[in-house]
Design a protein around this ligand. Structure first.
Ligand code: DC
Length: 226
């Protein structure tokens, strides 16, 4: 990678392949991968532990003063999340997190807190970060912005395969409903909603293989190094 710090922003809806594509591109090019969704998940996990109940919309920002969130992009291409040193990478993928995360990711103060953290994490390295608002809000000056998309059916199918690979028995109809709901929440969020930045490269992955998408993303980023 050339000397200048490079910022790659990858946005798109749930199940569009953002994280797996970004991690693989990071490995191939030598970038640090940062998972912004995992930060919202970590905060949701923490608040659920603290209140031990379904979360209600309220000001949670004061609750964040005594937590330290960190992330490590591992050599094997996986990404680990920590709160106060505790590894919660598995816990934040629980369905309970997805059911409660809306209250957290709709909160403007929490969003500002997360955005500050994400920008700090990107200070030292060339990075690729995935999320919903990376190219629009977190890094509007990113060196390259990529928006990954795919039909709801294909996204639901990919998610179901992921769950099954982890040994979880899932019904594709439930996954499709969950994805449609996530789309609705992501698109209607008052701040930091899912939106393609006008200067983002749009990639419809519906009919592409994972390797084709990785190659396309790697090629786009590689052009920056000239
Ligand atoms: O990418 P993910 O599914 O792990 O994200 C979890 C949730 O966090 C998702 O419901 C939307 C929210 N999110 C967000 O609001 N802004 C981001 N930059 C990333 C995720």
């Amino acid at each position: 990678m050339k000397n200048k710090r490079i910022i790659v922003a990858v946005d798109g809806p749930a199940g569009s392949g953002k994280s797996s594509i970004s991690k693989e591109a990071a490995k191939q090019i030598g970038l640090k991968y940062i998972d912004s969704g995992a930060v919202y998940r970590a905060i949701t996990w923490y608040l659920l532990q603290k209140y031990n109940t379904k979360l209600n919309p309220k000001e949670y920002i004061n609750d964040l003063s005594d937590i330290a969130i960190s992330q490590i992009f591992n050599i094997d291409g996986s990404c680990s999340s920590f709160i106060n040193g505790l590894d919660i990478s598995e816990e934040i993928r629980d369905i309970k997190i997805a059911d409660n995360i809306g209250v957290v990711s709709d909160n403007i103060q929490i969003r500002n807190y997360v955005n500050k953290l994400l920008r700090e994490w990107a200070l030292e390295n060339s990075i690729i970060m995935d999320g919903r608002d990376i190219g629009t809000v977190v890094f509007p000056d990113a060196d390259i912005k990529i928006y990954l998309d795919a039909s709801v059916d294909v996204r639901a199918h990919r998610r179901a395969v992921e769950y099954r690979e982890k040994g979880k028995d899932v019904d594709i109809k439930d996954i499709k409903k969950q994805i449609a709901l996530r789309d609705k929440q992501d698109l209607s969020r008052p701040f930091g909603c899912l939106k393609k930045s006008p200067d983002a490269v749009y990639i419809d992955t519906t009919k592409m293989t994972k390797n084709e998408v990785i190659q396309k993303v790697v090629n786009l980023i590689s052009k920056l190094q000239i």
